[in-house]
Design a protein around this ligand. Sequence first.
Ligand code: CA
Length: 236
Amino acid sequence: MAKPMVLIVEDDSILICLLTQAVNKFEYTAVVARSGGEALGIIASKMPALILLDLGLPDMDGTDIIRSVRKTSAVPIIVVSARDKEQDKVDALDLGADDYVTKPFDTRELLARMRAAMRHYSNMITCGEQHSEMYYHCGDLFIDHEHRRITLKGKEIHLTQNEYKIIELLSRSGGKVLTHNNIIDAVWGSDAPNDTKILRVNIANIRRKLKGSGGSEYIITEPGIGYRMPEADPIQ
Ligand code: CA
């Protein structure tokens, strides 16, 4: 069977080389597009399994590609960008990118992000977003999505309804960053004001409850962007 294809959209030759090596380690076939136009042509003709996307392309902005792809497809998109402004990352994620890696990137980190995005996508298409994974298990933390039950070292953790919604959302996307907007929309509804204060208060409460039971840090802050939980442990 042919290996699934990863499309690398990048105009810098050195980065193309590094990204191609990373993709080959991932045991996927790398296809390169050096411009936005070329990328859109390839995406339309042979659907890649994942897209690694540079934002600064010679003929268009990478965010235009995210916008265009998201009209028809949920294929995982990971932004690989030199732009380190938080707003650029937030914009890309809010437009529907799955994750981002800042250049210069660490290959192991990139591979972890690729794995998380692919797993999330395959769960979404096989089970539907709402029913993706029944459990989340990482270290001492166990979340039973079906019964809405959280235990840490076997001891039950009691969360408020909104606290539970937040941890459910983050754990279902384990390994993937979610922006403040993503979380606020999902928990309080898209009409809710984009006020991160209430979100921060809820996250602080969840952390306090987990720490109080001797848990380590399960919710990682991405400063100025949002939060992510670690990838779930592999199923034994
Ligand atoms: Ca570039």
